[in-house]
Write a protein that binds this ligand. Structure first.
Ligand code: U5P
Length: 206
C-alpha cells in the first residue's frame, strides 16, 4: 500500500504551528488549508497529461494538459471542510463530492448521514480530505461508498495519521493511497491521536 509521509519543510513547519495549545480558530483554519494545498501538490504528482498544440505569444508550441474527467474532492463533514479551500486552490476546476460521517464516540464506529457524490465517479480520481486518520472507521466507510459508486482511483489526504488507522485501511483497501503530514505515535483510549491535534472539527469551527 502506498503511504506517503510528506517531509517537506513547509509542511513540517506549518504542522508544528498547528500543534501548539491555545492556537486560535483563525490560525488553525488557515494552516489546515495551507497544509492541504501542499499535500495536494504531492498527491497529484502522477496525474496523466496529454500534449496539446496551442498558439503562444511567439507562435505555436506544445503544452501539457491534465486529461480526462480529472478529480473529485471528497471532504468528510465536518472537519474535512477545513481542508477544502486549500485543495480547491490547487485544483479550482475539481468537482466536490460531500459525505457526512459521524463517529459514535462510544463504539468509535462511523454513521453515514449524508452522501452527495458528483456524476461519473467511475472516471474520476477521488481525493478524500479529512484532517485526522484515527481508527480509520470513517475512511473505510467512505472508501466503501466511493467504490460502490464505481470509483477506481482513490487517494486520502490527512494532516495527521495514526499507525492503528493505517493498518486498518491497508487491510480493508490496500489500493487506496494515503498522503499525510505526519504519522503520529498512537491512539488514546478515546480514539484521539497522540500527540495529534486534538478535535480537528472543534479547532476549525470553534
Ligand atoms: N478525530 C479528531 N481528532 C483525533 C481523532 C479523530 O478530530 O485525534 C476525528 C476527525 O474529525 C475524523 C474522525 O473525521 O475523527 C476520524 O476518526 P476515525 O474514524 O479515523 O477514528
Amino acid at each position: 500500500m502506498k503511504i506517503v509521509e510528506v517531509h517537506h519543510p513547509l509542511i513540517q513547519h506549518k504542522l508544528g504551528l498547528m500543534r501548539r495549545a491555545g492556537i486560535s480558530t483563525k490560525e488553525f483554519r488557515e494552516l489546515a488549508s495551507e497544509v492541504a494545498s501542499l499535500l495536494t501538490y504531492e498527491a497529484t504528482k502522477d496525474l496523466e497529461t496529454v500534449e496539446q498544440r496551442i498558439e503562444g505569444w511567439a507562435g505555436p508550441l506544445t503544452v501539457h494538459q491534465i486529461k480526462g474527467k480529472k478529480v473529485t474532492i471528497v471532504p468528510i463533514l465536518r472537519a474535512g471542510l477545513g481542508m477544502l479551500p486549500g485543495v480547491l486552490d490547487m485544483i479550482p476546476a475539481a468537482k466536490v463530492s460531500v459525505v457526512g460521517l459521524q463517529r459514535n464516540e462510544e463504539t468509535l464506529e462511523p454513521i453515514t448521514y449524508y452522501e452527495k457524490l458528483t456524476g461519473r465517479m467511475d472516471e474520476r480520481i477521488a481525493l478524500i480530505v479529512d484532517p485526522m486518520l484515527a481508527t480509520a472507521g470513517t475512511l473505510v466507510a467512505t472508501v466503501d461508498m466511493l467504490k460502490a459508486a464505481g470509483c477506481k482511483r482513490i487517494k486520502g489526504l490527512f494532516l495527521v495519521a495514526a499507525p492503528e488507522g493505517l493498518k486498518r485501511i491497508e487491510a480493508a483497501h490496500p489500493d487506496v493511497e494515503i498522503y499525510t503530514a505526519s504519522i503520529d505515535e498512537r491512539l488514546n483510549e478515546h480514539g484521539y491521536i497522540l500527540p495529534g491535534l486534538g478535535d480537528a472539527g472543534d479547532k476549525i469551527f470553534g
